[in-house]
Design a protein around this ligand. Structure first.
Ligand SMILES: [Fe+2]
Ligand SMILES: [Fe+2]
Length: 213
C-alpha cells in the first residue's frame, strides 16, 4: 500500500497507520547517501540548520527511544523541499523529493513511508497544528526543528525572513519575533523536547533584549 502518494489530504490518517504498526528494518548504512543528496540541494544556511536539526534529533531520539535511522534520515531531509519551493509548500515538495530519492536508491518501502511522514508533518508546527503529528519519529523531528529555530541559527533565519519588516519597524517586528518564539516554545511534542524548550527560549529572549528594541 502506498500510504503517502496523495498527501496532504491523507497525511494524518497515513501517519496514524504508521504509528500503529511495527517498525521497519534499519537503514543506517544508507544515511551517507541522504547526506550527500541534501547538501547538494540546500543553500549553506539551510544546510547548517539541517545539520543542527540532525544533531538535536539524534539526541531526542535516544531519549525518546525513537528509531534512530528514521529520525536521522527525516531530519536530514525535512527541509530539502526548500530547494524547489517556498516556505508554504516546502514540506509537501520535500515529501515528493524524498520519495523520488529514497525509491531510486532502493530503500525499504516502509522506511520510505516513515521518513516521508516526518518530512511532510514537520510543517504542521508552522501551521499551528502540531497535534496532527502522530508518529514518534515525526514528533522528534518536528521538535528538533522547533528547538533549532529557537537558537542562534534561528535568530539569523528570523532576521532574514523578516528583513524588510525589521527595516520598516524594528521594535514592532522584534516584539512579533519574540511572541512567535514564545508560542513555538509551547508547541513541543516530546517530553525531552519540552525539557529543552525553556532554556532555548531564554537564550533567544536574552539576545533580543540586547537589541534594546
Ligand atoms: Fe521546514
Ligand atoms: Fe527546518
Amino acid at each position: 500500500m502506498n500510504l503517502t502518494k496523495d498527501l496532504p489530504a491523507r497525511l494524518a490518517p497515513a501517519c496514524q497507520d504508521l504509528a500503529m504498526s511495527g517498525r521497519p528494518a534499519r537503514q543506517a548504512g544508507q544515511i551517507k547517501k541522504i547526506e550527500q543528496f541534501v547538501s547538494s540541494k540546500l543553500n549553506s544556511l539551510d544546510w547548517q540548520h539541517t545539520l543542527q536539526v540532525r544533531e538535536i534529533a539524534l539526541k531526542l531520539a535516544r531519549l525518546e527511544k525513537a528509531d534512530q535511522a528514521i529520525v536521522e534520515a527525516a531530519a536530514l531531509l525535512h527541509d530539502v523541499g526548500k530547494a524547489k519551493a517556498d516556505v508554504f509548500s516546502h514540506a509537501q515538495k520535500g515529501g515528493e523529493m524524498t520519495r523520488a530519492f529514497l525509491e531510486s536508491h532502493k530503500f525499504e518501502q516502509r522506511f520510505i513511508e516513515e521518513v516521508i511522514c516526518a518530512v511532510v508533518a514537520h510543517d504542521y508546527v508552522r501551521q499551528d497544528k502540531p497535534h496532527l503529528i502522530s508518529t514518534l519519529e515525526a514528533k522528534v523531528v518536528a521538535d528538533s526543528d522547533t528547538l533549532n529555530n529557537l537558537s542562534a541559527i534561528g535568530i539569523i533565519k528570523a532576521a532574514i525572513y523578516n528583513a524588510q519588516k525589521l527595516q520598516e519597524d524594528f521594535s514592532k517586528t522584534v516584539k512579533e519575533i519574540i511572541a512567535k518564539a514564545e508560542k513555538r516554545s509551547g508547541q513541543l511534542l516530546t517530553r525531552s523536547g519540552q525539557a529543552l524548550a525553556k532554556e532555548h527560549l531564554k537564550f533567544v529572549k536574552e539576545f533580543y533584549k540586547k537589541l534594546g528594541a
